[in-house]
Structure formats: structure tokens, C-alpha cells
Write a protein that binds this ligand. Structure first.
Ligand SMILES: C[S@@+](CC[C@H](N)C(=O)[O-])C[C@H]1O[C@@H](n2cnc3c(N)ncnc32)[C@H](O)[C@@H]1O
Length: 261
């Protein structure tokens, strides 16, 4: 019920001419206040419930809940810089076959799709294990899906629904923190990457550190050296970390290449 009311409220505000950017920004600011509040007051109901719900929905937004809608709005504003950076650094060519895993609201897929050309063989695929994010991204990418530029799948990185050696480039932003078997997930990503293909990961390390300190991200899973070690253990080569300024913040780009003999 509250989910429907919230959607209706957003719809009414949009009809009244309140721009989506302003609405998204307001939700983002509310969320940025809500997270520390829930952390510090989490011994008290209802903050304890809210804290658990934020943590759960960040890793896998539930279907049709108010929290999943809030998380979607939050991701659209908070992670746009990381998604844009990943697409830019992938240097996508018009003929590339590209995959984003954990695409959330679909901003990165949309940007990648604008760079490829179907007539040259280019295609963008996406996989996410949240039904709610698959629906949100499908809504955003209706035209691209209709034009055959994009396909979105509901599935897990642990068991990707693609043939081996399918993609020239893979990217993901703010996703590996949720993989309990990080080496297994990286091996699966390596399997679907073509020989010589690139996998690029972007993140905002300060935002990640804040999320860990607010206890909404697992410290071990969100540890960059652990992720780098998992990439190498899975068989990626030339794993390189580069700092980049984007959206007024330092972001980290992690490059990892598939060498297959
Ligand atoms: C924090 S959100 C990030 C979304 C988007 N990349 C961004 O930066 O805004 C994490 C997303 O990854 C998805 N995800 C996490 N682990 C996954 C897995 N093992 N397989 C598929 N999707 C996963 C979640 O459902 C969620 O949509």
C-alpha cells in the first residue's frame, strides 16, 4: 500500500511539473539522512527494521516494496558518476558485445547502448538478480530493447545465462560487495568474456567506506584488496587499479583482462 502511495505521489508531482531530477535529488538527500539515523538509532524500533531493510535492499532490492523504490531513486542519483565512468573507460566500439552485471536502474546499460551499432554486430546485455531492478531497467530501456540493441535477464552472476566467450567487455559498478563466493563469480565472468576481453569495475571508495561504517555493507566483501585477489585467483591478468575524478569525487577503476591460451 505504502509502495503504491509513494509511486502515486511521485506521479502526481511529475504531472505537476516537478522535474524528475529534482524529485530524485530530494529522495537521495532524504536517504543520505536516513542511513546514518537508522545506524545510530538501530537499537530502537522502527529504526532497527529500517536499517535491516536498507542493508538487504541495497544488495538485492525486493520486488514491489517502498524501500526498493527508494533504493532505485538513490542509485540513480548516487551512482550515476560510477556508471558513466565505467562506460567511458570501457571505450566501447560500435561492434562490441557488452555485458553489465548488477545493472540496477539501468543507467550504464542505457549509456553503453548509445555507443553501439546493431548493424555492426554491437549488442548490450544485462543481468541482475533483483526482479524489481529488472522491471525498473526494462521500463527505462523499452525503446532499446524493442530495437534489439539491449536484452536484460533476471539471473545471478554466480551462474550467468550466456555461452562461454560471448563478450568483448564486461562492466559492473557497486556489485562485488554482495558476492559471498567472489572467486566463483569472477571465474564465471571470465568464462563469458572473450579471450583478450576487458572487465572493468568502478566504485566510489569514500561512499563504500561510509556504507561499511554504517553497517549496511559487509566489510570483508567490500574490501578492494580482497576483490583484486579474487580476480587474480579466478585467472584474470593485468589487474590494474586507477584513481579517477568523477562527479566531484575520487572513483576507483579496476581493469582486469581475460587471457585464454
Ligand atoms: C548497489 S546496487 C548497484 C546498482 C548499479 N550498478 C549502480 O551502481 O547504481 C547492486 C545491484 O547488483 C545486483 N546484484 C548484486 N549481486 C548480484 C548477483 N550475484 N547477481 C546478479 N545481480 C546482483 C543487485 O540486485 C543490485 O541491483
Amino acid at each position: 500500500m505504502s509502495f503504491r502511495c509513494f509511486r502515486l505521489l511521485i506521479h502526481i508531482l511529475r504531472e505537476m511539473g516537478v522535474a524528475s531530477d529534482i524529485l530524485n535529488w530530494c529522495v537521495f538527500r532524504i536517504f543520505m539522512l536516513l542511513v546514518p539515523l537508522c545506524m545510530y538509532a538501530r537499537k530502537i524500533w522502527p529504526f532497527s527494521v529500517l536499517h535491516k531493510s536498507i542493508s538487504k535492499n541495497l544488495g538485492r532490492p525486493d520486488n514491489g516494496t517502498l524501500m526498493s523504490l527508494l533504493i532505485k531513486q538513490f542509485l540513480e542519483v548516487g551512482n550515476e558518476a560510477a556508471e558513466t565512468l565505467a562506460v567511458d573507460k570501457c571505450e566501447i566500439q560500435s561492434s562490441d558485445k557488452v555485458l553489465e552485471v548488477g545493472f540496477g536502474p539501468g543507467l550504464g546499460i542505457q549509456k553503453a547502448a548509445s555507443l553501439i551499432d546493431k548493424s555492426c554486430g554491437g549488442h548490450v546485455s544485462g543481468v541482475d538478480y533483483s526482479e524489481s531492478m529488472v522491471s525498473a531497467a526494462t521500463e527505462r530501456l523499452t525503446q532499446e530493447i524493442h530495437d534489439g540493441l539491449v536484452d536484460l535477464q533476471h539471473g545471478s552472476v554466480a551462474d550467468l545465462p550466456y555461452d562461454s566467450n560471448s563478450f568483448d567487455k564486461i562492466f559492473h559498478c557497486n556489485v562485488f560487495y554482495f558476492w559471498d563466493d567472489c572467486v566463483g563469480c569472477c571465474s564465471e565472468l571470465l568464462r563469458v568474456l572473450k579471450p583478450g576481453g576487458l572487465m572493468l569495475t568502478t566504485l566510489n571508495p569514500n561512499a563504500v567506506a561510509n556504507a561499511v561504517s554504517f553497517d549496511i555493507l559487509n566489510k570483508q566483501n567490500a574490501n578492494i584488496p580482497n576483490y583484486l585477489a579474487a580476480l587474480k585467483q579466478a585467472g584474470f591478468v593485468n589487474v590494474v587499479v586507477v584513481d579517477q575524478h568523477r562527479g566531484g569525487a575520487v572513483h576507483v577503476c579496476i581493469y582486469a583482462w581475460a587471457r585464454k591460451d
